[in-house]
Design a protein. Sequence first.
Length: 276
Amino acid sequence: MSSADTAFINTCRNILENGTLVTDPKVRPHWQDGTPAYTKKLFGVVNRYELSEGFPLITLRPISLRLAVDEILWIWQKKSNNIHDLNSHIWDSWADENGSIGKAYGYQMGVKHKYKEGEFDMVDRVLFDLKNNPCSRRIMTNLYNFADLHEMALYPCAYSMTFNVTGDRLDAILNQRSQDMLAANAWNVAQYAALVMMFAQVSGLKPGTLMHVIADAHIYDRHIPIVKELISRVPCADPIVTLNPTVDDFYKFTPDSFKIERYEHGEKIGRFEVAV
């Protein structure tokens, strides 16, 4: 069983059994028919994934690691805010007629800031510090730029990463203000685990712990039957995920840099509506 299976099952079960049902008509998200999208939620969820013990790829249902990595590279490597640079359609509902999601995600990653060593964007500053200041407790990114929120199609959900080096080990904390458990949890866990692996490799480090801190973990009302069926399944054995060891430049990684072996998984759950 993957650590992603364990965390997903435990978190969803906890939400279903102990969560709060939010039925305030003022909720922002809606279904396509205009109905308010209510949730069952839990505050303050923390899950740990030990990347040295295996890659957290869920097996209860198939997840495309290739597309998950493509999105994380869209944000962190391409620093793009345009869906035409992305190979999936998960952002289509938030894009304007030109494909832009405004000053969100990749746009913020590309903004340069002044440091005593010169100008860096957030990604390049992390890479610089991992190699030159590994003892620093200031290696982090933050996409929640209040000055630009009014120009973002969607406020960042996964908004902050903090990196910490201990010996030859790279650990990281992912902070997320909001988590749609069915639509995004397994996807986010896999792609940020992949990001830690890439950063570790190009910095001469080994991937350690990924800690995922979620302020509001929720299951949408129309997703509850799907989630109940999903967590009743029997997980499969851990898949093996490896990274091409010859790549030593973060900007040269592609989705094909990752190799998956022995990925057995449950059936697809079919298309489901996503609240927007």
